[in-house]
Design a protein around this ligand. Structure first.
Ligand SMILES: Nc1ncnc2c1ncn2[C@@H]1O[C@H](COP(=O)(O)OP(=O)(O)O)[C@@H](O)[C@H]1O
Ligand SMILES: [Mg+2]
Length: 271
């Protein structure tokens, strides 16, 4: 395959907050029109990686290529043009509570186009239709379930017909059935609109269900990248630990209490 088949080429991304480095030499490619899932435990750097890719956090030159161009070299105008080609559903997926559903979807259309209100409403309703919410156009966010609000957030991310869709933790806070519905919706978007989709998650089942390609991260580094079967067959100890959720103390909610009997005490440095 030629280099052009990759939409995004991470060529060694490093990232810091203040003096603390949180991403280390991140390298992988993101193919067009496929679903790439970035997974790893909480705190490993997934959202930070996403913030670079959507231009919310500055990237040094030479570290990330987008469509053959250096993201770190984009000026304001280029960054704005790039953002218009991307849609983002953030972890919180926040809607404006004082606006109805269609008005929420209309926000990016009002900001970025000069279309008349009537047309904007029609476009917003079409986007709500894509996520199965066209009958709820005039509802307020408070009148919807968590899953419906997530879908509405997705409709808003789709408002400007993005080429690339970024989704951060789509299933967080949702029950398994609603989460599975959202996964299916993501697959439908890939099929019907041919979008390049990048999903960040720590949910294994969802990741393996939707991914064409998986990236496994740990502590700011890429552990493994490849197709689902490839990752499933990985012999890397830390990848296996992540897949099996073995008792790595970092990944246990509360190791001191969960691993011992009532009344037993764990003393530091012993056992
Ligand atoms: N705004 C911030 N300021 C300082 N440190 C941050 C900030 N956001 C995230 N971090 C740190 O960066 C690391 C990666 O966080 P994040 O990218 O949010 O991980 P994930 O999305 O995988 O849970 C963590 O150690 C986190 O504490
Ligand atoms: Mg996160």
């Amino acid at each position: 395959m030629s280099a052009e088949s990759h939409l995004i080429d991470m060529q060694g991304l490093n990232s810091h907050y203040g003096g603390r480095q949180v991403l280390f030499d991140i390298r992988f490619t993101i193919p067009r029109r496929q679903v790439t899932v970035i997974m790893g435990v909480s705190g490993c750097g997934k959202t930070t990686l996403l913030r670079h890719l959507i231009g919310l956090k500055a990237t040094q030159p030479g570290q990330v290529m987008i469509d053959g161009e250096d993201l770190g070299g984009f000026d304001e105008a280029k960054l704005r043009a790039y953002r218009l080609k991307t849609g983002v559903l953030f972890q919180g997926g926040a809607l404006f509570n004082s606006l109805s559903l269609w008005e929420n979807i209309a926000v990016p259309l009002k900001v970025h186009t000069r279309l008349p209100e009537k047309i904007i409403r029609i476009m917003a309703v079409i986007k709500l239709g894509l996520v199965g919410l066209s009958e709820f156009c005039d509802y307020m966010p408070s009148q919807l379930s968590g899953g419906m609000r997530k879908r509405a957030g997705l409709a808003r991310a789709l408002a400007m017909d993005p080429e690339i869709l970024f989704v951060d933790e789509p299933s967080s806070g949702l029950d398994p059935i609603t989460a599975a519905g959202l996964d299916q919706l993501i697959l439908d978007l890939r099929e019907t609109l041919g979008m390049t989709i990048i999903v960040v998650t720590h949910e294994l089942e969802s990741a393996f269900h939707i991914a064409d390609q998986l990236i496994v991260m740990d502590q700011g580094r890429v552990l493994a990248a490849g197709g689902p079967e490839e990752i499933q067959a990985s012999g890397d100890k830390r990848v296996r630990q992540f897949l099996n959720r073995q008792a790595d103390p970092r990944w246990t909610e509360n190791p001191a209490t969960s691993s011992c009997l009532p009344g037993e005490r764990v003393e530091e440095g012993k056992g």
